[in-house]
Design a protein around this ligand. Sequence first.
Ligand code: SF4
Length: 259
Amino acid sequence: MLRISQRHLKILEACPRQFEHTYFDRLTLPINPVQQVKTQLGSDFHLLMHQRELGLPIKPILARSPQLNTWVQAMLQTAPALFESDPQSWRESEHVRTLELGDYLFTAIYDLVILHPDRADIIDWKTYPLPKYKKDLDLEWQTRLYLYILAETSDYVPKQIAFTYWFIQSTPQPKSVKISYTLKQHRQTKTDLLELLAKLTDWLDAYQHLREPFPQVAASKGLCDRCNFAARCNRKDLDLASTDTFTSHDLDRIPMIPI
Ligand code: SF4
């Protein structure tokens, strides 16, 4: 049984070949240092919020990181009600749910889930500013899959479930976008999931038995220009003439590093 996450769905829908390179060929590229710092800060923020939900001390960590402290304080001040415990509700951070669909096992890890007697709230932390278009968020596989899995694995009907994104870095304070759910959306998500999984099954079959690569996205979609696999996919002109040639003389120009 193949485990599928929202990230898998996102890549698979955008370009099946990228999905193959990333998850089957296991090709990875080094992340640039600036991106690495941002990613680490984002992970640390999620860890802190989880630690806070568990009732573990976070002050020593906040004292060491002004950036994390700013984000946490901004969230606590902007949405204090979100952090108040309610005896009528149940809440858990890093909440994991799985759902089987055909030969696939879907996994969702919710940043925070709050289950009230009459409704369920999914909370997701984003450590970047609010994107321009809310419409894009409705179409994101994370939104769709997380709502779908909660509806399928609980007694809540779709209209009782909502997904709220919190954009921590928005100014002057964190901003939220709440996405409600309907039965119509739930059915549409199921249709789209089954359609995508049927394609994945065919592509996987051809890949494993006939050694056929997964299909590439149409070049006209413009995704290849920004893709790290562009050269491997022959979707990028390599300008070799302008590339510096590295010779043994260049070794002399590299400064010695004292050990
Ligand atoms: S370069 Fe284009 S075709 Fe190749 S993996 Fe990237 S997006 Fe897909």
